[in-house]
Design a protein around this ligand. Structure first.
Ligand code: FAD
Ligand code: SF4
Length: 551
């Protein structure tokens, strides 16, 4: 058995490419507010900004014309978004107080729910822990939610530029002035090919980073400005499928235990999406110890369990996808989520409560707060760090910080394995987070040593279970296969490390051929798992990657 230490082989963040100190060129597009990422956080922010501008106009105020742009890397809105999802509608109610719930983009209310502890053949029903109650919430497809929010934003006059990935922050001294997008039409060797389009520069008085999990620009900003956090951010990888099913599911289901080894943290979900569709997925913390652990493959095995199989038999796989979740919680939040000319929202800031697997309403709420602070800053003409710091205070005084504080050590308790972690998490629930007091310190996921124990063989049947290439096909991935690789692989990749990457990546990007690593970059679905513990990810030409419709 060999030991692999991923951190030793991870290339550093290419900060010189991500933080650009040159002044913007004369062609730069000028905006008041620029939002990177059209997820729930970015779109809620854009909608709230438009609402404030309209209110100002009606009141005859000075700031009635507001230029807001949202830059999104997916070719159409929603195509790069993936979630469970059970949604707490709280932030929707704040953003759309006059709309009845029937007009919100949800599939159905949660009427029943169940939590099970799985063994290989059995499912033992458990009492639902308070953190996992979903009564009053709704199941939804985040792709549909994002498309709907995008329509509301466009109706309100927001400029949405889909197919425009951002790969650099433009800075002046300590201030963020705007961003630069990736070029498109490059040949494989990086030279301009036919259809080459130059990067676009967009400047703004306030830039919002709403780029979701493991945000590249947010990482770069934190490193550049030396913004730390008590614990490093921790991540889980979620692999998800949407099925058309003949047997309706009447409840929201969560499971713990099998097929995960007892030293890994995670669980599964199965949610009804109307009468004949279900969403199911498996989420696993990236601090697992076995280098051969493969989340995609574990999900395939899981579908054959008697709890899931009856729902899938006779049905068909409609869509497959994968994405990471920032799961460190309260102690992994960056010490500040603002700076001169900049605010960081949603998953990019780490606003996720993992015990309840919720992030959408926190993302939207953070977007609403950021909009209010930006609007005030534009009115007073002060976009300094001191002015935008009001955003952190609003988050700290809100349910975002309160909820994350209550479960502050719950994910961290599972550092010692499933059973001890489960017992500690129970005590934390009973004491509303006071046990065990203090903070449980965690290493970064990349610093956890992995043991190469050998993989379990698995042959997909192509009916209920699928290999990675079939899965990527079901993500709708349409990346041009002649673009340069967007993945930065470190030096000295041993065969053991290459095996670890190949199991880790759910999309089959990494393969071991004759003991060497082969990188099939176009397969990438932007889940960011290897960015956490292996090769670095960067945005590629707009429209690359998955084309999710139902996730
Ligand atoms: C498997 C899984 C299950 C989950 N289940 C639930 C659930 O049931 N309920 C719940 O509330 N939450 C759930 N979550 C969490 C929830 O999905 C997130 O918290 C939420 O989507 C965060 O919203 P966001 O706007 O911050 O980020 P995102 O939704 O990730 O949106 C970020 C956007 O930015 C774009 N982007 C990224 N980088 C760039 C760039 N460089 N340039 C341009 N655009 C860029 C992305 O394409 C994306 O559209 C789940 C997450 C996962 C992965
Ligand atoms: S290569 Fe792409 S799909 Fe594979 S783990 Fe990394 S980000 Fe995810």
């Amino acid at each position: 058995m060999a030991i692999v230490l991923p951190a030793r082989h991870q290339p550093p963040l290419p900060l010189h490419r991500l933080i650009v100190r040159q002044p913007p060129g004369p062609e730069a597009m000028e905006m008041d507010v620029l939002i990177v990422g059209a997820g729930p956080a970015g779109l809620a922010c854009a909608i709230e900004l438009s609402r404030l501008a309209k209110q100002e106009q009606e009141a005859g105020g000075a700031l009635s014309e507001l230029n807001v742009a949202v830059l999104e890397k997916a070719e159409s809105l929603g195509e790069h978004n993936l979630s469970g999802a059970v949604i707490n509608p709280r932030a929707f109610r704040e953003l759309f107080p006059d709309l009845p719930v029937e007009q919100l983009p949800f599939r159905q209310p949660v009427s029943r729910e169940a939590v099970y502890l799985l063994t290989e053949r059995r499912a033992q029903r458990l009492p639902t822990p308070p953190t996992m109650h979903n009564s009053g919430y709704y199941t939804a497809s985040i792709c549909e939610v994002v498309r709907w929010l995008g329509e509301r934003a466009e109706e309100a006059g927001v400029n949405i530029f889909a197919g425009f990935p951002v790969d650099a922050l433009l800075v002046d001294g300590e201030s963020v002035r705007g961003v630069r997008t990736t070029p498109s039409g490059l040949s494989r060797d990086g030279s301009p090919g036919s259809g080459y389009t130059e990067p676009t520069e967009v400047t703004a008085r306030v830039t919002m980073l709403a780029e979701g999990t493991r945000g590249l620009l947010s990482q770069a900003y934190a490193q550049w400005q030396k913004v730390g956090s008590p614990n490093p951010q921790l991540f889980a990888l979620g692999v998800k499928e949407v099925w058309e099913t003949k047997r309706p599911l009447d409840r929201v289901i969560h499971t713990l235990g099998w097929p995960l080894p007892t030293d890994a943290f995670g669980g599964s979900f199965m949610y009804p999406l109307g009468a004949n569709q279900i969403a199911l997925g498996l989420v696993v913390g990236l601090d697992y110890h076995n280098a051969a652990l493969d989340v995609h493959q574990l999900l395939q095995r899981m579908k054959l369990h008697p709890l899931f199989r009856p729902y899938l038999e006779g049905g068909q796989l409609l869509e497959w996808g994968a994405k990471t979740i920032p799961e460190g919680g309260y102690y992994s939040l960056p010490e500040r989520r603002y700076g001169a000319g900049l605010m960081i929202l949603g998953d990019a800031a780490g606003f996720v409560d993992v015990p309840s697997l919720k992030g959408i309403h926190y993302a939207m709420q953070s977007g609403i707060f950021a909009a209010r602070v930006a609007f005030q800053a534009l009115k007073t003409g002060d976009n300094s760090a001191a002015s935008l710091g009001a955003y952190d205070r609003m988050v700290a005084d809100s349910y975002i910080a309160r909820d994350l504080y209550r479960t502050r050590n719950m994910r961290l308790a599972f550092k010692d394995g499933f059973y001890l972690g489960g017992a500690k998490a129970g005590l934390m629930t009973l004491t509303r987070g006071r046990f065990p007091g203090g903070r449980i310190a965690m290493p970064p996921d990349a610093s956890v040593p992995r043991e190469t124990n050998g993989a379990m063989p698995f042959s997909p049947d192509g009916v209920l279970t699928f290999g990675k290439l079939d899965a990527v096909f079901k993500s709708g991935n349409a990346t041009r296969d002649t673009i340069p690789s967007h993945l930065l692989v470190g030096q000295d990749v041993s065969p053991e490390l290459a095996q670890f990457y190949s199991h880790l990546c759910p999309a089959g990007v990494y393969e071991v051929v004759d003991g060497q690593l082969r990188v099939n970059a176009p397969n990438c679905v932007d889940c960011k798992a290897t960015d956490v513990v292996g090769p670095r990810w960067s945005p590629r030409e707009g429209g690359s990657g998955p084309k999710y419709r139902l996730m």
